[in-house]
Design a protein around this ligand. Structure first.
Ligand code: ZN
Length: 850
């Protein structure tokens, strides 16, 4: 899509800044519709650059005055910023602007949420606060003064002077503007402290609105665990006297790692047993860790430009996954991550929104906070670690922190560190950063004499703008088992670097059973001719827990495809193997619960599309229902004994052990409810002492067209807990029958407590509608129409959230001509909107393939 007002920006056009910043002083006089921001910025010429032109980014600002070295100046102002004649040497820039936080519904820059002031500056929100070189490669220490009558006034760094109606903050660590933060409001705190291993005492606070104090303990503990872990595993200590976390209700993302003042979507920080599920607790622990770990991977070492976003995000997601694996169960974490990767990233990689881990162009960087940059970016780090080994990885990271502390870096800097620490040439590996799409690895096996050989061939699919791709380095972990389930070759890492290679194992007594791509050692699609008998064998015996789960997954998928595509009955061998596994009390309940999950509707739709068949969303939905009924039948005599054995009677703890049992029991409950008319689920709902059991019961009931009384009593009980009500909105759409999903969602939007200005509430309804595949793709087109109607309403209010939600349509080319036509019409209706945002315009254009 060509658009003069929204130019495309290219990585290859990067130029260093003409001017650097020595220090920044900001004064905020807060007022809902007329906040004044006074800036004093010391600029020095960048000796590495000869161009001395001076441009400051600034959007939606009213300039009151500007001075250079004390002399009033009149800059040239455009909607994107200002330019001005400046001296040749260092000078001081001062300016005052006025902004209106109360009317800022886009939630970028300084905005108000429930009476409190908050900021979100990543990626380009600071330019909505004042005129500044708003680019990550300009780093400076900030001093901030906030003037307001509100009781709590926070910014980055350490505390400075404070008094009646003002507070000052000083952040000694040079940072880019995107890490700036300010919070002001009537807040209460849960205090804590932490002593770093070199003996520095750090004040910790979780700041929330009054009424939420009872939901902070878990976040505070998670923060302390993260601080210890980063010292022990990466040798990284915290570097300020204070660390503040603030919960905000209206927030576009999960959380933001602003230096010393992390700002969180309240859903990513507030939790207690009554209001949050086990999954919420685990997510909160991971996000607290993620944002904390950014202090070194993101803040102390930042990105040179936004194309390098994966430098901080891929590495930090990888680090938080290591943390969760250490705190909980490594196999369970790996399986969950792969489910998520396949569900979101493979889907992105396979459609019109595919882009490299390091994109090469964008119109709106907000559209690149994607599963590819984050989750595939983390997979790339995992592969690098697997290839060089744990010791070399640790050496390389030490070198990275030593060499680049205080700098704004690139992927080239990152890889150079590994080359220097290990002597390994990574030029071919680097293709993971530049080639989009999910590689396919086709595996074949041969057995001769005492020799077992494996041939691997990599196929790199064409993606938008990229067709001729070169072989990537694919670390392929494999183990070989004998017929009794003993390992005859333990996990071995093969390195696939050519288009096709054969690897041979000698001296084997009998033909082994291969367990390939162990631990999901590379983010690829494995294609292999294999017998059902071998998969049943691996499901029963594989010594690699990931692959044991994967064998069950593949069996379930083949069975479902046969049922949906060819009218076959549910596969008895699969059901039998599943029963063996689910009733095996030596296995972790969390693992068993994961094994009971079926491939998602979206996963099955993609598998049909990959075979060249048009997926039928209704048939897929029905197939999964039939399979679940068959599971309930096969397990019928086991369900209640298993459920009783795993009931947790001890006081609630959100740890791996208890939450594993609850997740198994909720999986069992959904099958029990198919057979007993809802009695057990109603009992669990009535007796539930925690949200995990309450939601599990409600979900089991709704999935079986029951639970209207429970739904009403839930709403009554939780009417004043907005995060719990988000669940209530979500669960109804998620479990709505396909022909009713759009109607249910539509009715929910008409409630007085539905507010599209709150991204959590909007996502609760429309995220769930997009996930309810058979409902969203219902052949009436009602799902498409409702989604488009609301995206059109939301775009002028909040472009960022609108643009992200457009991805509901990204798989449209998989479907039949009727559905494609209806989706195209809706996308065209959105793109024709007058004044459509840059965010949404770019997304719709890419999805349409313009
Ligand atoms: Zn992050």
């Amino acid at each position: 899509m060509k658009d003069a007002a929204n130019p495309t920006i290219y990585l290859k056009d990067y130029t260093p800044p003409s001017w650097l910043v020595e220090d920044v002083h900001l004064t905020f006089r807060l007022s809902p519709k007329a906040t004044r921001v006074v800036s004093r910025v010391r600029f020095v010429p960048n000796a590495a650059v000869s161009d001395r032109s001076f441009f400051l980014e600034g959007e939606e600002l009213s300039l009151i005055w500007a001075r250079i070295d004390g002399q009033e100046v009149t800059p040239d102002i455009t909607p994107q910023g200002l330019s001005c004649d400046v001296p040749e040497g260092p000078f001081t820039w001062e300016a005052e602007v006025e902004i209106s936080p109360a009317t800022n519904t886009a939630l970028e820059g300084l905005y108000m949420s429930n009476g409190m002031y908050s900021t979100q500056c990543e990626a380009q929100g600071f330019r909505k606060i004042t005129y500044y070189p708003d680019r990550p490669d300009v780093m400076a220490p900030f001093t901030v003064r906030i003037e307001s009558d509100l009781p709590v006034l926070l910014s980055n760094g350490n505390k400075g002077d404070t008094g009646e109606g003002f507070a000052e903050w000083h952040d000694p660590w040079p940072k880019p503007a995107y890490l700036f933060a300010l919070v002001a409001g009537e807040l209460v705190n849960l205090p804590g402290d932490f002593t770093t291993r070199s003996g520095n005492k750090v004040e910790l606070n979780i700041w929330v609105r009054p009424g939420d104090e009872d939901k902070c303990d878990f976040a505070l503990e998670a923060l302390k665990k993260s601080m210890v872990w980063d010292e022990e595993v990466y040798g990284r200590e915290y570097d300020l006297d204070i660390f503040n976390i603030v919960a905000v209700d209206d927030f576009n993302m999960g959380a933001m790692e602003n230096k010393g003042l992390n700002i969180f979507n309240s859903s990513a920080v507030l939790a207690n047993a009554r209001t949050a599920t086990d999954a919420n607790f685990e997510r909160i622990e991971a996000i607290i860790a993620h944002e904390y770990f950014h202090n070194w991977t993101g803040n102390r070492i930042t990105c040179r430009d936004w194309f390098q976003l994966c430098l901080k995000e891929g590495l930090t997601v990888f680090r938080d996954a290591q943390f969760t694996a250490d705190m909980r169960s490594e196999p369970v974490k790996r399986i969950s991550d792969v489910l998520d990767l396949r569900g979101r990233q493979f889907r992105e990689d396979g459609g019109p929104l595919a882009h490299p881990v390091r994109p090469e162009s964008f119109q709106e960087i907000n559209n690149f906070y994607t599963a590819t940059v984050y989750e595939k970016g983390a997979e790339v780090i995992g592969m690098l670690k697997r290839l060089v080994g744990d010791d070399a990885y640790a050496r390389a990271l030490d070198l990275y922190f030593d060499r680049h502390d205080g700098q704004a870096c690139t992927i080239e800097d990152w890889l150079k560190v590994f080359q220097d620490a290990t002597g390994r040439d990574l030029s071919q590996f680097k293709r993971w950063y530049s080639q989009a799409g999910t590689p396919k690895v086709v595996m074949s096996e041969a057995w001769q004499g005492d020799q077992f050989s494996v041939t691997l061939k990599q196929v790199l699919p064409a993606t938008p703008g990229q067709s001729d791709k070169k072989p990537q380095v694919i670390p392929f972990a494999i183990g070989l088992l004998d017929r009794t389930g003993q390992e005859v070759v333990p996990t071995t890492l093969l390195e696939l670097v050519e288009e096709e290679q054969t690897f041979t194992f000698n001296g084997l007594e009998a033909r082994p059973v291969a367990s390939p791509l162990r631990g999901f050692s590379a983010p690829v699609i494995l294609e292999r001719e294999t017998s059902k008998a071998d998969q049943v064998f691996l499901l029963a015996h594989d010594t690699d827990p990931f692959n044991r789960w994967e064998a069950g997954r593949q069996l379930a998928k083949s069975a479902l495809m046969e049922m949906i595509g060819n009218g076959a009955p549910p596969d008895a061998d699969y059901l039998d193997a599943l029963r063996q596994l689910v009733t095996d009390d030596t296995l972790d309940p969390a693992f068993r619960a994961l094994c009971m999950g079926l491939p998602s509707e979206d996963d099955l739709a993609q598998s049909f599309a990959d075979m060249g068949r048009t997926p039928d969303p209704q048939a897929i939905w029905e197939g999964r229902e039939v399979m679940r009924a068959a599971m309930a039948e096969v397990l019928s005599s086991d369900l209640m004994p298993l459920y009783d054995r795993h009931l947790v009677r001890a006081p609630y703890r959100p740890d791996a052990e208890q939450s594993g049992k609850r997740s198994l029991n909720n999986a069992l409950l959904s099958l029990i409810t198919r057979r007993d008319g809802g009695a057990v689920a109603q009992g669990q709902f009535a007796d539930a002492g925690n949200m995990t059991q309450q939601m599990g019961a409600l979900s089991a009931l709704l999935a079986n067209d029951l639970g209207s009384l429970e739904l009403a009593s839930f709403a009554e009980q939780w009417a004043h807990e907005r995060l719990v009500m988000d669940k209530w909105f979500m669960i109804q759409v998620a479990h709505a029958r396909p022909d009713l999903a759009a109607q249910v969602a539509d009715a929910l939007t008409q409630r007085p407590d539905f507010a599209m200005t709150n991204p959590n509430r909007f996502r609760a309804v429309f995220g769930a509608l997009a996930m309810n595949q058979a409902g969203f793709h219902h052949d009436s087109g009602a799902g498409y129409r409702l989604m488009a109607d609301w995206l059109i309403k939301l775009d002028p209010v909040n472009p960022q959230t609108t643009a992200r939600m457009c991805s509901a349509f990204q798989t449209w080319r998989r479907y039949d001509a009727d559905r494609q036509g209806m989706i195209r019409d809706e996308l065209l209706r959105i793109s024709a909107l007058k004044g459509l945002s840059r965010d949404t315009g770019e997304m719709v254009g890419r999805i349409l393939g313009d």
